[in-house]
Design a protein around this ligand. Structure first.
Ligand SMILES: [Zn+2]
Length: 418
């Protein structure tokens, strides 16, 4: 892909004059425009070139006449750039002084926060410079009602102009998996009309770009109960979410054995799709594409791994306090998963399939305590870890501020949300 833009470089002080001159057709013929003298310092042609898949950096630069020793010299200045590891679709900007066949400047965006700029020096070598791009953080609030799914509600509530599609997806996944992944089953606990309020960060760059940051606080109503979440950053820089009682939202068990983003639907008991008879369905089913990663919902020890009757290929895990979880209808087990192996919450144990009594790819998830089947969403998993005592005052102050922004507290609405 090649983009050619001609830009006329003008000394800053004479910019007004230049604009008046360029807008010259506004004057009628015969009238002499009264403007400052124009000093055009240098004219440049800018060319944008993109590195394609299976293309090397030297090929891109060769198209722009940077070859041989010149290329080696330039490469030596590109600190921290592995020429074999430049991502396809990375754009390089080449600046050619008008009338010159060699570029005198190359610019590449290596990260969201900076351009690497290389300038040809008078002796024909290259010198590197980092151009910082500043990002400003804005706090945004989105509120709405869930009519069908959280995904659909967020996409409906946030316009493209505020966050593009891909960023809205990230926001949904953060909410469903990283924040409420231990608390809310967004397929079964949500009823039409359930409301949500989310405070999130939106960043804008000095170049006018926009991107999603993180969720600061949220409140999701699930037919009555309010599920609050407030962020704190731990020592390792990770986002940890707490409820209004300063308890971590993390629990011993996650809601889903597959990520929310991978679930296409959930279905319950009623008529067994294969047996066609009404029978008690002792688990929770989540439909997902064949091959989707199935994860252990909690730490434990594998007690069964392989074929077992109607479950097809399945895994059973023993957890503390007499709890056992089972995952059925797998296509295959994850490598190394066999009886006696210890697994962690979130660890890959197998992939979604339709082995055993299943008429479509899904995971059949069971939760048992002392051999009795329980609804995993109704099990009391106790309170989460409290906010560290040393940070309790900080948390309380944050919560008050976030509550105002969420609209939870009625008293003070003067805190601006931009
Ligand atoms: Zn099932």
């Amino acid at each position: 892909m090649l983009r050619r833009v001609v830009r006329v470089g003008v000394a800053g002080a004479t910019l007004v004059g230049a604009v008046a001159w360029l807008g010259g057709k506004a004057w009628s013929m015969g009238r002499v425009p009264v403007a400052l003298p124009i000093v055009v310092t240098r004219a440049f042609v800018d060319v944008a070139d993109t590195i394609r898949r299976n293309e090397t950096l030297s090929e891109v630069f060769a198209r722009q006449q940077i070859v041989g020793a010149d290329f080696v010299n330039l490469l030596a200045q590109m600190d921290g750039v592995n020429p074999r590891r430049v991502r396809p679709n990375t754009v390089f900007e080449f600046r050619y002084p008008v009338g010159d066949s060699l570029p005198d400047r190359v610019r590449v965006r290596l990260r969201d926060e900076e351009f690497l700029r290389l300038d040809r020096t008078d002796d024909g070598r290259w010198s590197a410079l980092s151009e910082k791009i500043t990002w400003t953080v804005h706090t945004k609030r989105v509120t709405g009602a869930i009519e069908s799914t959280l995904n659909e509600a967020i996409h409906r509530a946030i316009p493209d102009s505020i966050l593009p599609f891909r960023d809205r997806e990230l926001l949904v996944w953060n909410l469903a998996d990283e924040i409420y992944g231990w608390q809310i089953d967004f397929f079964r606990d949500i009823y039409p009309g359930d409301r949500f309020v989310v405070l999130y960060e939106r960043l804008t760059s000095s170049l006018g770009e926009t991107r999603y940051g993180r969720v600061l606080a949220a409140s999701v109503q699930t037919r009555g109960p309010e599920n609050t979440a407030y962020v704190m950053t731990d020592e390792a820089g990770r986002n940890v979410y707490y409820d209004e009682h300063a308890r971590s939202l993390r629990r011993a068990f996650k809601m889903y054995p597959v990520q929310y983003r991978r679930i296409s639907s959930s279905f319950g008991s009623r008529l067994h799709p294969v047996l066609r008879t009404r029978r008690a369905h002792l688990g929770v089913d989540y439909a997902a594409a064949t091959g989707t990663r199935i994860e252990a919902t909690s730490d434990g020890t594998v007690t069964r791994a392989g074929r077992w009757g109607g479950y097809g290929i399945m895994v059973s895990i023993r957890h503390p306090k007499g709890i056992e979880t089972r995952y059925g209808h797998m296509r295959r087990l994850a490598p190394g998963i066999r009886p006696g192996v210890r697994v962690r919450q979130g660890q890959w144990i197998g992939s979604v399939g339709m082995s055993g009594l299943a008429n479509g790819p899904h995971v059949h998830y069971e939760f048992l305590k002392n051999g009795r089947y329980l609804n995993p969403r109704r099990v009391d998993l106790g309170d989460g870890e409290p906010v560290p005592a040393a940070r309790r005052a900080e948390f309380d102050a944050l919560r008050v501020r976030f509550d105002r922004l969420l609209g939870r507290a009625s008293a003070d609405r003067s805190v601006p949300v931009d």
